[in-house]
Structures are given as C-alpha cells and as structure tokens.
Write a protein that binds this ligand. Structure first.
Ligand SMILES: *Cc1c(COP(=O)(O)O)cnc(C)c1O
Length: 405
C-alpha cells in the first residue's frame, strides 16, 4: 500500500546525479503529514516529546529529532540540506547572518594560539572581525594579497589552521586560484574556507576545487530580493559538527521564517544568476567605452588579468561590476547622486540594481593604509547589476556620466 506517509517522502535516489539547479528547487524538502507542496515554516521555539524517555533520548543524542529551535528546526534544516547538496558538501549549518557563519566557523574550529591566513580583499566587516575581535580570543591573522600564491606560502606559521578567501573579491573582482590554495592549505594541515557569496554554487563550486568549507551571506543572492539577513557554512560532516556545536551553545541561529525565504530564493537562483551575469557583462563592456570611466573591474572582460582563470573556475562572472571615474570622491558621489533608477545602498545580489561608494561605506572602517593596499580608492564605485532591463540600467549610467562630464 502506498499511503500518504510513503508518498510524502521524496526518495533520496530520485535526486542522485541531479544538476545544481534541480537541487536548488528540490533538495532537502521535508513534507509534513499535511502533504504541502511548498515548504512549510515551523515557527515554534520547542518541540514536544511523546514521553520523558524520548525527551531524554533526544537530549542525549541517542535519537534524532527536533528539540528546540536554537539548534533544531525543520525549515532551517531544509535550507541547510539544500545548500549543502548544491555545494556538494555533506552538511550545512545555517546562521543568523553571513558574519555569524564566519564567526561560528572560526570559533567552532579554532582556539587561543591558532593562526589564520586571510586574503586582504575580504568583506570589510570580515577584516574587522579577524583583526579586532578574533585577536582578543588569541586567534591571530596575517593578511595577504589574494592572487599572490607565494605570499600565502610565506605567511604560513606552525600554528596556521585556516586559510580564508573570497573570489571574485569585493569590490575589485580579483580571482583566487582555489585549487592551488587548497593544495597549499592541505600541505600545512590547514583548512581552506571560501566565501562563495558573489558566485553562489550556480557559478562556482569551491568544494570540487578542493576547498573544505564554503560560506555564504544568504542575505545576498540566495535571497535575491533584499528581504532577510542570514548565512550558512557547509563542509564535511565531521568539520561541521564542531561549527554546529558552537552554534548550539552561542545561539548564532537562523530563524525559520528567514530559512523559508531563502528556500524560496534558491528555487530561482539559477535563472537569476544567469540573468545578473548576462546584464553585468553588457554593463561592464559598455563602461569600458565611456570617456569618463577610468577602469572597469569585472572578471568577464577579456582584458581582466585573470579572465582565463575565472573562465576555468566559474561558469559565468556574476552581477557585481566596479569601476573608477575620472576624478575623486566628488565626481564619484556626484555620479551616484545623479542616478534615477538604481538604489544607493550597500546591499548587493538584489533584483534591484544597487550602487555604492566603497571607500566611505562598506570599506569605510578600514584604515587609509589598508584601503590604499586594497585598492579602495576615492573614485571607485561598486554596482550590483539587478534584473531590470539592461538598456534602462545603461541609460541611467549614461545620463549620470553625462552629468559629471
Ligand atoms: C555581505 C557579505 C558578508 C556578510 O554577510 P551578512 O549577511 O551581512 O552578515 C560576508 N561576505 C561577503 C562577501 C558579503 O558580501
């Protein structure tokens, strides 16, 4: 007899060998006895047990099942399992933000006396977290040039436990050779952590290239419509168990509602990433031809110094385009203020095109010295190309550039 309880389970085998975009729509779904088609939200703090004995077994870890939503919630689990499947990882741990994913990974896996080698070109807040706060816990960081493999090698110490990078970097679109850096990390018993926020598993699979842990700010493309803050880390089950242990104790937890928004976001991630990438390439190419534009940073341009490596590692180049205008802060701000369609906001990965001045916003907390080293100049502008008609986006930039010429 195939009753409802048989049919409500999607057999694991049916997704075996499925492509990333199929996993994005279907992986990880748990159906309740109501047989809902769309994933359910479970807004409950705790779960009941059938007996005191079952409660004891659940708490002891002898029986799997839900206990308390700080560390077990079915909606959150669906999101964790789906993104883990998409990244080719064994297990995911969802968190309250992208920064919480980075913090939980570091404090779950590192201790006083350990050392991180990190790309200098990471999200501004990641920089602050490592330099100011992890150092207070006795975890030190050496920052290196993302693309200089020898620089990474020279920064390794006997206590190095973790390599951390983003590729393409924000906002200058530099590309790390993930396979090379994974080999280097493993040669000194360190784990390679890749923040895959800009590409998502649709465009790049760091674990296939040798990375141990992949981190996301789900706030960006995974949501895709600028609604919720969230994050996730995925990797081998044994490694993620430590990250989960930290989350269980520290409460860096994702809410079930946010997990549900991200599940819905993942269903359209494939078509969105292709559309963002296609429009961003057109915008980047158009920008290179404008006299008021000094330089364009986009790895999809044949003139990008690492275009070949980007083409090998990624299936497309993503939605973020940065460029410098002729002049300084005054010209950059005037251009931003003249735009009629795009939003002045520091978020990225949204259906709406966004534009920002990194030197005074996302990277404003960095010292002038670090800004100079990282190429965050006063005439630099970062755009996250959205899903509006690309001709309208280009038209907006055209009238803006004309106004400062
Ligand atoms: C936004 C972002 C983060 C931090 O994520 P939050 O969700 O804002 O905490 C980390 N890394 C990258 C690359 C980001 O763009």
């Amino acid at each position: 007899m195939t009753d409802a309880t048989d049919r409500n389970k999607i057999p694991k085998a049916s997704l075996e060998g499925a492509k990333t975009e199929t996993l994005a729509v279907r992986a990880g779904q748990i159906r309740s006895p109501e047989l809902e088609h769309s994933e359910a939200i479970f807004p409950t703090s705790s779960f009941v047990f059938s007996s005191a004995q079952q409660a004891a077994a659940r708490f002891a870890g002898d029986e799997p099942g839900n206990i308390y939503s700080r560390f077990t919630n079915p909606t959150v689990k669906m999101f964790e399992d789906r993104i883990a499947a998409m990244e080719g990882a064994e297990r995911g741990v969802a968190t309250s933000s992208g920064m919480a994913a980075i913090l939980s990974t570091c404090l779950g896996l590192l201790q006083n006396g350990d050392h991180i080698v990190s790309s200098r070109s990471v999200f501004g807040t990641t920089n602050v977290l490592f330099e100011k706060y992890l150092s207070r816990a006795g975890i030190t960081t050496t920052f290196v040039d993302l693309v200089d493999v020898d620089g990474w090698k020279n920064a390794v110490q006997s206590n190095t436990k973790l390599f951390f990078l983003e590729t393409p970097s924000n906002p200058l679109a530099e590309i790390a050779d993930i396979a090379k850096l994974a080999d280097l990390a493993h040669g000194c018993d360190a784990l390679l952590v890749v923040d895959n926020c800009f590409c998502t598993p649709i465009l790049q699979k760091p674990i296939e290239l040798g990375a141990d842990i992949v981190i996301h700010s789900a706030t960006k493309y995974l949501d895709g419509q600028g609604r919720c803050i969230g994050g996730v880390a995925v990797g081998k089950a044994s490694v993620m168990e430590e990250v989960y242990g930290f989350l269980r104790s520290a409460g860096t937890t994702m809410s079930p509602f946010n997990a549900w928004v991200f599940l819905k976001g993942l269903e359209t991630l494939g078509i969105r990433m292709r559309a963002h990438s296609e429009s961003a390439l057109k915008v980047a190419q158009w920008l290179t031809e404008q006299p008021m534009v000094e330089k364009v940073f986009y790895s999809g341009l044949a003139s990008h110094p690492q275009h070949e490596l980007a083409s090998k590692q990624q299936s497309a180049f993503g939605g973020v385009v940065s460029f410098t205008v002729r002049g300084g802060r005054a010209e950059a701000w005037a251009l931003i203020d003249s735009l009629k369609i795009m939003s002045i906001t520091a978020n990225l990965g949204d259906a709406k095109t966004t534009i920002t001045h990194p030197a005074t916003t996302t990277h404003g907390r960095l010292s002038d010295e670090v800004k100079a080293k990282s190429g965050i100049s006063e005439n630099l502008i970062r755009m996250s190309v959205g899903l509006e008609d690309v001709q309208d986006i280009i038209g907006d930039l055209q009238q803006g550039l004309a106004s400062i010429a």
